[in-house]
Design a protein around this ligand. Structure first.
Ligand code: F6R
Length: 367
């Protein structure tokens, strides 16, 4: 049942190229220039009338929403707000009929996310669900659904569901941009072409895990570490940190790289591992200055960056691993993979039950 893999989590990490392809299948037309989402009830007029988006989810699905919302803002220029579902209802969110609420849930059964969906509908919003389970409560109650075609996810730690949610967000953001005319046909075709290359890029990373495995065995001896990054790298850092915590039980924090100096830098001491995501070129220089801040306090820094920056970064960090090159907005679909593997191998090195971590359930149906 594990298809020759030692754990479901590793199997599911390896299923990601297929999950990307399946989630894209039939949603891009033959010319490779347009997104087609024929099942959507959201009309083009309705899409043009949306003036804000709320993204609501829990845990890993929320982290996918952080990436997705940022992509919507960049490609479509609509303001996006984010909430973890357990907070959403209780802060009296400003929901109007012009609000599009996107709920994200692998299982489609998360109680807080379902309650958020109902709150949004009660206030007249159109609710789009991104889910992985056809016929789930959230899929049934939402006004629209984009199914991620990741296949069943068994391991408690979510991997292929997260990356498929990213693909769903890319497709939907491009669709909004197409309808609202905020990106040209050529720009859309360019992004689609880069999306088609993602599965093979993931395969290339999965064929080459020795360095990340060795690094995981190194951090398995630590009790605390930090992930830092800016922009989309920060969103991915949050997911990397959650993954590591939930299965390796190593404490970690994800920090916006520029925010460390406002207090948390006090925790950086000799030898503490810091994983710096440095893939977003528009903020690379700033991230490098933040890396220097932790390095000066004795941190042991691993950078994840593109090949062309490895040599330069090695002047400021202890190790650097290369992430294949894609468009900045698509990079999370690649840069999260080594972090999933890091969590997996660190958990393994500590002798934990990788697929069934302590205290956690796959589907959280209590509020
Ligand atoms: C972490 C993880 C959880 C879930 C969260 C939401 O690996 O799996 O954080 O993402 O419980 O679950 P769904 O997506 O089913 O609503």
């Amino acid at each position: 049942e594990k298809g020759g893999f030692a754990h479901f989590m590793l199997k599911e990490i390896h299923e990601q190229p297929k999950a990307y392809r399946d989630t894209m299948l039939g949603r891009i037309d033959e010319s490779g220039r347009r997104i087609v989402l024929p099942d959507l009830h959201l009309t083009e007029d309705k899409i043009r009338s949306i003036n804000n988006v709320h993204i609501v989810a829990c845990g890993t699905a929320y982290h996918a929403g952080l990436v997705g919302g940022s992509v919507i803002e960049r490609l479509v220029r609509i303001p996006v707000m984010y909430d973890v579902a357990s907070e959403y209802r209780y802060r009296s969110p400003l929901i109007t009929p012009e609000t599009l609420v996107i709920v994200v849930s692998q299982s489609g059964e998360t109680a807080d996310t379902l309650a958020a969906l109902r709150e949004a509908q009660a206030n007249g919003a159109h609710v789009l669900a991104i889910t992985n389970v056809v016929g789930s409560s959230i899929a049934r109650d939402a006004d629209d659904v984009i199914n991620t075609l990741a296949g069943p996810e068994i391991a408690v730690a979510s991997t292929k569901a997260y990356t498929s949610q990213l693909i769903a967000f890319y497709l939907f953001s491009l669709y909004l941009a197409q309808v609202r005319g905020t990106q040209t046909a050529d720009e859309i075709a360019h992004i689609i072409a880069a999306m088609h290359a993602l599965p093979e890029q993931v395969e290339s990373m999965l064929a080459n895990v020795d360095a990340i495995k060795a690094y995981a065995e190194h951090i398995a001896k630590h009790e605390d570490l930090f992930f830092i990054g800016r922009g989309l790298d920060y969103a991915v850092a949050m997911e990397g940190s959650l993954k590591l915590k939930e299965i390796s039980y190593i404490h970690s924090e994800a920090y916006a790289a520029g925010e460390l100096k406002h207090g948390t830098l006090a925790l950086i001491e000799e030898g503490i591992p810091v994983i710096a995501l440095a893939t977003q070129e528009s903020v690379l220089e700033k991230t490098v200055s933040n890396i220097k801040e932790v390095k000066a306090r004795g941190a042991d820094v691993l950078a994840l960056t593109h090949e062309e920056h490895v040599a330069g970064l090695l002047k400021s960090v202890d190790q650097a691993f290369a992430i294949p090159k894609t468009l900045p907005i698509l990079t999370p679909a690649l840069s999260v993979v080594p972090l999933q593997l890091l969590a997996y191998y660190a958990s393994l090195a500590r002798g934990n039950d990788v697929d069934k971590p302590r205290n956690l359930a796959k589907s959280v149906t209590v509020e």
